[in-house]
Design a protein around this ligand. Structure first.
Ligand code: C2G
Length: 451
């Protein structure tokens, strides 16, 4: 009697086809006798939040076909499809890369589920052959935000998280193990293997890491606040420009579609001339947290100030006439709650933020014809309303905000890197420089307060 054919199925976008994809398909085929490859449609990728897909589905099908591993190619077009395909095609083994470990265990009742080791090193030789489409990102730092970055970057086409650097070997190894990427404690090795540095280390270390990465010829995405002094910001942006490198401040709100839509509506004239902006963001932190114990670089404004200042700088610009800070401080002298009052030629603004005081986290933009109200979490903008003198008239807007939102800044960064988009920076160097200057003014006020 003829031995039953072992049927294997796997799925993917296979965008900008690279060594990781090739090796996955090669090993998937070796698992059985017959391999079906499901290739995602653009529509499905959009719904699952995979951004920046460059190649058309026909190109992606062609690239998979060329490997010769696929016995059959199907289209993946909906979230529940894997489940029905396993039964429809009488599948014995479902397989996918180990970056999905655990995500498809629900199929175990219907077939064997195999997670194949993700290809960590996508070699530059392979990429050179492909004209370097895939940007290899190296993370500096192993904290909370770094942990959020990895799953978000996975959903952006054109990037591969190469590894993580931390001077403390055990921290680097632990993080790398958790996220299935390479660990680096040798900086030269780290910089050799990457194209982009993502800096997610403590605030006060950003400046040195940015300079170092630029010196190694690497593009940089740096978590907010970029740096804490205006002249440092001017220096690093000048250096990046001179080297033809991209330097990006990672304030995720600036890049998310909902916030972009909000700015468009606010500036469209529908609420008239903007005369007042109020932005508030509070997040209670434990008194033992880094943010509330680091006497030199902790406190609410350094942690949340970039968010609450963003809409003000975006709507009024960077040329404020006056700026004043007032803070409620704890026994460490750290600000538990800070209010920033700004006066512009055409309007006023108030930004409040707090790690030790809870308030209504909303964004209010008041104009001569109406106002826009965005409830918390406005910094992950997904819904807002426009109100007018006529209380019966309310315009409602909504926009998708997926996951932790870092994918939007990463996708923008890659698009600018690969020159796909000619659109302007959603957060300009002028705004980042102004933010660094505001951080410096805040610290000066802090020094005075301590005297
Ligand atoms: N892959 C890999 N090594 C890489 C990159 C990707 O082994 N360096 C694997 C992925 O784990 C996946 C396949 O190659 O099994 C295709 O990767 P993508 O095109 O990025 O597809 P993905 O977004 O992971 O979607 O329904 C689709 C599936 O969920 C996979």
């Amino acid at each position: 009697m003829e031995k039953k054919k072992i049927k294997v199925i796997t799925y993917g976008t296979f965008d900008l086809f690279h060594q990781g994809h090739y090796r996955l398909l090669q090993r998937a085929k070796q698992l059985g006798d017959y391999l079906i490859v499901g290739i995602t449609t653009e529509g499905y990728d959009k719904t699952r939040g995979k951004l920046g897909v460059v190649d058309s589905i026909m190109t992606r099908i062609e690239n998979v076909k060329k490997t010769g591993f696929a016995d059959e190619i199907i289209i993946e077009d909906s979230p529940g499809q894997k489940f029905s395909d396993v039964k429809k095609y009488n599948i014995d083994i479902f397989t996918v890369g180990s970056d999905w470990t655990g995500q498809f265990d629900y199929l175990k009742d219907y077939c064997k589920v195999v997670y194949l080791e993700r290809t960590k090193d996508i070699s530059s030789t392979m990429l050179r052959e492909q004209k370097q489409h895939i940007q290899r990102i190296g993370i500096i730092g192993t904290g909370r935000i770094a942990g959020r970055f990895v799953p978000e970057a996975k959903l952006v086409s054109g990037v591969s998280t190469q590894g993580v650097y931390n001077p403390h070997k055990e921290s680097a190894l632990k993080f790398a193990e958790e996220w299935d990427i390479n660990a680096y404690t040798d900086k030269e090795e780290f910089y050799r293997d990457i194209d982009v540095a993502y800096i997610a280390s403590p605030h006060e270390t950003h400046y040195e890491y940015i300079k170092e990465a630029l010196a190694h010829g690497k593009h940089v995405i740096c978590e907010k606040p970029l740096v804490l002094q205006r002249k440092q910001a001017e220096e690093v942006f000048a250096e990046a420009k001179e080297k033809g490198l991209l330097l990006f401040e990672g304030i995720k709100t600036a890049y998310c579609p909902g916030f972009q839509k909000l700015l468009g509506i606010a500036c469209s004239g529908i609420i008239g001339t903007i005369r007042n902006v109020e932005a508030c963001f509070t997040k209670l932190e434990s008194p033992t947290s880094r943010e509330l114990t680091d006497r030199r670089f902790g406190g609410s404004f350094r942690e949340l100030g970039s968010y609450v200042m963003l809409p003000i700088l975006k709507l009024y610009g960077t040329e404020y006439k006056k700026i004043e800070f007032d803070s409620i401080r704890d026994e460490n002298g750290l600000d538990l709650f800070t209010r920033v009052s700004l006066r512009y030629a055409t309007g006023i603004a108030t930004a409040t933020c707090g790690l030790g005081v809870k308030s209504e986290g909303r964004l209010l933009i008041s104009g001569t014809l109406g106002y826009i109200i965005v409830e918390a979490p406005w910094w992950k903008t997904s819904y807002f309303e426009v109100h007018y003198e006529d209380a019966g008239r309310v315009d409602k807007y909504s926009e998708i905000f997926l996951g932790d939102g870092l994918r939007y800044e990463i996708s923008d960064f890659v698009a600018l890197l690969n020159h796909h988009e000619k659109n302007a920076f959603k957060l300009t160097r002028g705004e980042s420089i102004a933010l660094s200057g505001i951080m410096e003014r805040f610290a000066e006020g802090e020094q005075l307060a301590k005297c």
